[in-house]
Design a protein around this ligand. Sequence first.
Ligand SMILES: *Cc1c(COP(=O)(O)O)cnc(C)c1O
Length: 393
Amino acid sequence: MTDTWKNRTNLIHGGTRRSQYGEMSEAIFLTQAFVYPTAESAEARFIESGDDEFIYARYGNPTVRMFEERMAILEGTEDAFATASGMAAVNGALFSQLKAGDHIVSARALFGSCLYITETLLPRFGVEVTFVDGTDNDQWREAIRPDTKLVFLETMSNPTLDVVDLKAVSDLAHAVGAMVVVDNVFATPIFQRSIDLGADVIIYSATKHIDGGGRCLGGIVLGTKEFIRGVFEPYLKHTGGALSPFNAWVMLKGMETLELRCRAQARSADAIARALQGHPKLSRVIYPGLEDHPQAELVQRQMDCGGTMLALELSGGKEAAFLFLNALKVCLITNNLGDSKTLVTHPATTTHQRLSPKLRAELGISDGLIRLSVGLEDEADIIADLMQGLDAC
Ligand SMILES: *Cc1c(COP(=O)(O)O)cnc(C)c1O
């Protein structure tokens, strides 16, 4: 790779390691362990491993390393460590740097499992968590204390696509020396330069746009060499959340088309949002790229475009939502996202079912809310499918 290559070139060539056979496509190194030519070289590798030297696949593997390097180049971070799933990444990014007595501030609108970690697990280990409305900079300002260790947020949030002002929150956090940990799945590495906005640690569920074909689970944590090698790696390699080499290979292949897919999906998402706006059966069409998004100005500043996700609110509540979902033929009912297939979810009864009705209401997750992850089908077919679904409810 060179410093002058653009994203789309790095997404195809970045981080590639070729074996002595000169294979064109990235090799899958399906090996747990590595052999050493001599006892002395084994001893030396355990003291310090070089770039092309591995010990055990829980610690690192050449295929996994290619994925980590390609992602670090894309994100603009010094280093990265891949994990078995997005949640292994979130769990590791938080637990590797927190201890009993620490204080953190977190946005309230989080992916269900992220909320479980911050609301249930961290307090069980003596970490104090203050939740804020992530879109309200004043709440962040009040909640961040001199002893706050880190702030955690998703931007955009799931499923209501709230945008957190990453630059403003990072400035507040950095003023007290707190780390900024961002779960960036919804914005994707293509549409938001989190590192330039102040994020210290960036997390992806690679299961989503990075795979893009709904095949494998995976995750990754990106940051400085000091954080990744000094804090994160010791935690992850000893607690067992390593990414499988096969899954890393699938992610590498997914990355080759990541930018093309994300841009095509975002273009369709924008067209779909505009086609649905003002439909009599919809009380809201939420798409960050629309001029009427409550944070349109911030979206303009922070992101390249509105992304690949949108949310619709049916005025007829749960009954209408179910009639709508059951009538769809192109769009599939599933809780995944970022796929080449267009996927629809009813958060209130699935991904966010566990939340109290009060919290759901606070987060804007009404019974009529549908989350839509826009795929790569012809946008005219997606729009026609959604329109006939609306006719049916
Ligand atoms: C899917 C997702 C996760 C969890 O990722 P897995 O790969 O399913 O473990 C975490 N955060 C966000 C925002 C997600 O969308």
